[in-house]
Structures are given as C-alpha cells and as structure tokens.
Write a protein of this length. Structure first.
Length: 152
C-alpha cells in the first residue's frame, strides 16, 4: 500500500479490527520511511446498485459522492473524520441490506438526514438545505423550527 504522505511502498499494518456491524476491516498503517500513520478500510466488493435520481435518471451508487456531501455539511463543525466514515458505513450497510438492484436517492438522503440529526444540528440543516432544495430563508426557518420541535 502506498503511503498517502510520502508515496513510499515501505509500510506495515500495525493494527487490524473488524468494523462493528459491517464486513469491513479497519487497518492502521505505518509508513516505515516517513513514520506517519493512516487508516484504511478493506471491504468486499459489493454488487452495483443503481440510484434513481429525482428526475428518474439512474446512475451507479457512488460512495465518494455520498461521503463528499456529508463532508460538505460537516465542514468547520466539530464532527471528526471517524464519525463521518462511520455515518457513511452505517448508511451503506442499511442501503445494501434493504435494497438489491435500485434505490431512490430520496431514501439515501433521508437516511443521512436521520443520522446527521443525532450528530450536529448545523450539519443537519446544511445537508437538508441542499437535499430538500431550499429556495429562500423561509425554508431554512421552517426546517429549524421542525428541528427544534424534535422532528426531522
């Protein structure tokens, strides 16, 4: 495995653990050249599932796209990369256990919103504003009011 810091192939695995409720394995790695550590996740290749977009277009599920949307919502918030990775993994586990061939993008968005609701209010509102396509400030106010009342 190439070191993401110095690009060396001279590294070793220092710890391996199964990820809870998943078939993935989390590995802590150490670069023997630059002495930096990083984490990798190893998981079996999943069968491709298609995401049905709101305009009925279909595209292959893209883990990176899901993760990037969550990262944007959590930007400059006290949400660690580990929590984000856990959120992505939990969402994926739900998707692949409940759906076989296709899943509506709305289902994915609602699953993420439910998880962000429990993690960080600002990240939840940010994600909701993009996912639900807020048009004006009233949409933000309505969503904040719903959040305060305890409903997502």
């Amino acid at each position: 495995m190439r070191c993401p810091f110095c690009s060396s192939f001279n590294g070793q695995v220092v710890d391996s653990r199964h990820v809870e409720n998943s078939s993935a394995i989390r590995r802590r790695r150490l670069c023997l050249d630059c002495k930096k550590r990083w984490t990798t996740f190893e998981r079996p290749e999943e069968l491709s599932i298609m995401v049905i977009k709101s305009n009925n277009r279909r595209e292959p599920y893209n883990r990176a796209k899901l993760r990037e949307g969550i990262i944007r919502a959590c930007q400059k918030r006290p949400v660690s990369a580990e929590i984000i990775d856990k959120l992505v993994l939990e969402t994926e586990n739900e998707i692949f256990s409940e759906y076989i061939m296709e899943i509506p993008s709305q289902i994915i968005g609602e699953k993420v919103l439910g998880k962000l609701y429990a993690i960080d209010a600002v990240a939840y509102i940010r994600f909701a504003s993009v996912y639900r396509k807020f048009d004006d400030i009233d949409d933000f106010i309505d969503e904040i009011q719903k959040f305060k009342k305890g409903g997502s």
